[in-house]
Write a protein that binds this ligand. Structure first.
Ligand code: F0G
Length: 341
């Protein structure tokens, strides 16, 4: 039974007594993917959350808190996943949701999701960072609208549960953790989650996409490009927290190219794990860290943040989406051609 994260981890979350807004989030599979020399590679499949991404961990907490505090609506800026998650949890809570996106920059399935859950989608002519600035201004002015981006401390508190689950599943802290970084909330949440539990802290490796890698370059970027639209962010709101997390855990930031992302995407999918491009960036980074011998010995967990169905366009860059037309009586011949090319 899925009891949801607030009920499962209430003693760590520091919430007041409130009625949880839950869709059965968390408790995601962590699968043993491979063993590379002295490294046991684990993949945590966050795309198995109710709306298909890790955002649900933070959203259950942020929306529960917003409703408890008397909020009428939630608002967020988003590259897509926060939007879908905010929309779903607002729907569950009986609140209105307003999601603000950079026009033309969000994968279609994520917009369909947000809209289907009943959110109002507003698009600005600008990038994610400008959208975030705009929603922050609105939420500051109107106390009945709760901002549910990861600058909301309850969002980050909820996302700490990813670290709790890893500790509970492995029985100890892994040696390292590899995760994609966009607005930099999640890496910061994992760090604080491990710190709060006080059972060891893994080395944190934050992976960004080349072209949208302000933390690797250590400067804000106004123009950002990458195939991984979820992490197309030039001014991460939690940059300071992420830098602290990486520094204190003796980790690093790394950038991966679009072609490395697509290659990782294909490799994972062919192994049965279909993620979205931003999540594949983490796996691409993991492979580079391994090749450069930067991983410490022991367990390595890669956080695969979102489901592959979130972005159905990008796989078409490496997978054929056209079916092979066959006549039914020639089916076996076509199979034979694949089996014995
Ligand atoms: N992976 C996916 C699939 C994401 O959607 C995001 C962020 C990240 C990684 C990066 O996480 O921002 O905490 O560093 N998506 C946000 C959104 C920005 O609006 O959905 P982060």
């Amino acid at each position: 039974m899925h009891i949801g994260l607030i009920n499962r981890y209430h003693q760590w979350l520091g919430l007041p007594e409130l009625e949880a807004v839950s869709l059965g989030e968390g408790n995601t599979p962590m699968i043993h993917w491979a063993t590379w020399d002295s490294h046991r590679i684990w993949l945590k499949l966050e795309g198995c959350n109710p709306t298909g991404s890790f955002k649900d961990r933070g959203m259950t907490v942020a929306v529960s808190q917003a409703r408890f505090a008397g909020g009428k609506a939630v608002i967020c800026a988003s590259t897509g996943n926060t939007a879908a998650s905010a929309a779903a949890y607002a729907g569950r809570a009986g609140l209105k949701a307003f999601v603000v996106i950079p026009n033309g920059q969000v994968a279609l399935a994520k917009m369909i999701q947000a809209s289907a859950y009943g959110a109002t989608i507003l698009a600005i002519e600008g990038n994610f960072d400008q959208a975030l600035q705009a929603v922050r201004a609105v939420a500051e002015q109107e106390s009945w609208i709760a901002l549910v981006n990861s600058v909301n401390p309850w969002r980050l508190r909820g996302q700490e549960t990813g670290a709790y689950e890893i500790l509970d599943d492995l029985g100890h802290a892994p040696a390292s953790l590899v995760l994609p970084v966009g607005n930099a909330g999640n890496i910061s949440a994992y760090f604080h989650g491990f710190r709060r539990r006080n059972e060891g802290i893994p080395q944190l490796f934050g992976i960004q996409a080349q072209g949208a890698d302000p933390l690797v370059q250590d400067r804000d970027l106004d123009k950002v490009t990458t195939v991984a639209s979820a992490i197309r962010i030039g001014r991460p709101a939690s940059a300071h927290l992420a830098k602290e997390a990486v520094k204190e855990s003796h980790g690093q930031f790394h950038a991966v190219s679009d072609s490395q992302i697509l290659q990782a995407h294909e490799e994972l999918a062919h192994g049965g794990v279909f993620v979205e491009p931003a999540s594949a960036a983490a796996y691409a980074g993991l492979k580079i860290l391994y090749r450069r011998r930067l991983l410490p010995t022991g367990d390595v967990v890669a956080i695969l943040t979102g489901n592959g169905l979130k972005d159905s366009q990008t796989p078409a860059m490496w997978a054929s989406v056209e079916p092979q037309i066959v006549e039914s009586q020639h089916l076996l011949e076509s199979i034979g051609q694949v089996m014995n090319p």
